[in-house]
Every structure is written in C-alpha cells, then in structure tokens.
Ligand binder design. Structure first.
Ligand SMILES: O=C(O)CCC(=O)C(=O)O
Length: 333
C-alpha cells in the first residue's frame, strides 16, 4: 500500500472507531458509505497535517497547534505594533481602528486607543508573521502550494469600558470574502499572550463549517458595535460552543464558515492576537450581487469612495490590491 493510502486507511479506521460520519452496522455498509461520502473534503492529501489533525479539522472546522510561533517573534511583532501606535511607523494601506466606546474627541494615537490594525501587508516586520515557514507548512494542507495572504490583522482587544463593545459578534469570515472556493481558504490566528475567558478568547461553534454562509448584519447592541463587526442574525444559541484558551504562540487554524466570535475583555490588559487569512492563489473572484454578501459589498464600496475618492473600485479590487503571494505562484487572485 502507498504511504497516502496507508494514511487514508488510518483516517478511515479512526472515523470508523469514533463513528463520526456514518453509523453503519456492517463492514460492507461502512465501506459503501465511505465510497459515497467524501470523508476528506476540507483538507488536502499532501502530508502537511497528521491524520489526527486532518480528522479533527474535517469534523470540527479548526485545529489548535500549541507553541507554533516563538516568543521571540511575538515580541518583535509587539514592538512593531507599538511603533505604529506611537506614530513612529506608517505603511500604505494600513487601517488603524479604535473601539466604538472611545469618543472621537478623546482619540489619541497610542496603544490605549487602538483596537485593531488591518492590512499590514506593507509592514515588513508584521508581514513576516504571514510568511513564517511553520505556519505555511500547515496552511498548505488547506490551500495547496500556491498561497496568497489575503487579509492581515493585529487585534488589540481593549479592556471593556462597561458597554460590552469589546465583544466580537458571532460570525463567519466568508461573509467578507468575494472569492472561492471556500474550502481553499483558511485563517491562522495566533495568541500574542495567554488568552482565556477573562480577557475574551475566541469562541467557536465546532462543526458549523459544514453549513452554509448565513445572513450577517450589525447586531442591535445597546452600547454600540465596532465598524464592520457584522454578526450572524440566526445561529443556534444551543449549539455546543468551545472557548479556545491559548498560551502565547499557540495558533488556531480555522475554516471561513466556522461560526466564531470573542467575548468581552474583563481585565485591565489589552488582549493581543495576530492573524492572517490565506487562500489558494487559484481561487477566483465571484459577483456577490443577489447574495447575503450584498450588504458588505455596499459598505466596503462606500468606505473606499469616502477614503480614496474612487467610486470605480469594486469589492473584489479591494482584495486584489491587498493580497500578497507568500508561496508558489500568483495564478489568479
Ligand atoms: O480576535 C478576536 O477577538 C476575533 C477576531 C475575529 O474573529 C475577526 O476579526 O474576524
């Protein structure tokens, strides 16, 4: 038997034991079920993950890898963030966001006021995160060998000011992306310090990556909602949820349909994480007209027109400008 077949057999055996896919009563039925059910839809057969990791992602829509990014690198990313906060470094396209609870009049450029950096692809130090070989090694299990870094963020979740605005509503990242196929997109999210329920760790609904893209909009929260923080209107509140408590350097890789969000930061510290959404460079742009993504398309276009005075730029263009090749060949995106 070839190594790949060997590995698949291992996974099928594992599926069989944990009866994840099909509860079948006889061996012949089990084999028939596997023939008709593509068991490994979400991961590629390229040795990038262990069979257990593949199985876990197929089932749950995420995998957590302990200690993937070194303390030294994280400290360097923190310093790069601080330089931006102090106004010592600026990069084209970088979006600096503040929490909605901070009144405009109180806004000063320092770490206390900044809740998120987006689109740091032109900052060589922060962008190094997206190119770390140990991350790309895992990412290619989902994207394949040609990899684009499409969306970059450093999240600095502030201590909640009492209005619960530090929460991130439950959402699916695909809502923001006009490219497909969905299974060739993945997010890497690395804790820059210990994250737990007190400082607002990620919360995920395991298995929801197997569903479809849901309707998103601003939640009706009394204390206000941060810009672009759309949430799902109707997810099942009784679906089992998992709080991903992580140590500095731990990294979660998750599917863009996985329903997730994060809780309130009830500490006095700023909870930091760095993340990148990757996609197979062979992905293609789609027209979102007539889909649930029409509202985000409209909002992005309004922002671009206001910021750059360019109303000809499309939702898809904004992604093509930001995307950077990190491995292989830029074939499509
Ligand atoms: O880091 C967080 O709190 C949540 C980030 C997130 O889910 C997002 O920005 O899409």
């Amino acid at each position: 038997m070839s190594r790949a077949a060997d590995r698949l057999a291992m996974i099928f055996n594992h599926l069989d034991r944990s009866t994840v896919h099909v509860a079948a009563s006889s061996t012949s039925t089990q084999v028939a079920s596997y023939d008709h059910t593509p068991a490994l839809r979400y991961t590629l057969d390229n040795d990038a993950l262990s069979p257990d990791q593949r199985l876990s992602y197929e089932e749950n829509g995420f995998i957590l890898i302990k200690n993937l990014v070194s303390e030294e690198d994280i400290d360097k990313f923190r310093s790069a963030f601080e330089r931006i906060c102090k106004g010592e470094a600026r990069f084209p396209g970088l979006v600096v966001m503040r929490d909605v609870a901070i009144a405009k009049s109180e806004f000063v450029l320092d770490q206390q006021a900044i809740s998120k950096l987006q689109d740091f692809q032109e900052d060589p130090e922060l962008f190094r995160y997206c190119c770390l070989p140990q991350i790309l090694k895992h990412v290619q299990a989902f994207t394949g060998p040609n990899i684009m870094a499409m969306h970059t963020m450093l999240i600095n979740k502030p201590p909640d000011a009492g209005k619960k605005t530090s929460r991130h509503p439950m959402h699916q990242d695909l809502h923001y992306f006009p490219f497909r196929p969905v299974d060739r997109i993945v997010c890497a999210w690395t804790a820059m310090e210990r994250v737990d329920r007190r400082n607002g760790c990620l919360v995920v609904l395991p298995g929801t990556h197997r569903g479809s893209l849901k309707e998103h909009d601003y939640p009706e929260w009394e204390g206000g909602v941060n810009k672009m923080y759309h949430g799902i209107r109707d997810y099942n509140p009784d679906h089992p949820r998992m709080h991903l408590e992580m140590e500095k350097g731990d990294t979660v890789l998750f599917h863009p349909l996985l329903i997730h969000g994060s809780g309130m930061n009830q500490t006095q510290g700023f909870r930091k994480a760095i993340s990148c959404h990757y996609a197979n460079a062979d992905c293609y742009y789609i027209d979102v007209k007539g889909t649930t993504q029409e509202n985000i398309d409209k909002e992005v276009k309004e922002i671009t027109t206001k910021k750059y005075g360019m109303d000809a730029v499309t939702f898809q263009d904004t992604w093509a400008f930001r995307g950077r090749l990190v491995q292989g060949e830029r074939t499509s995106l």
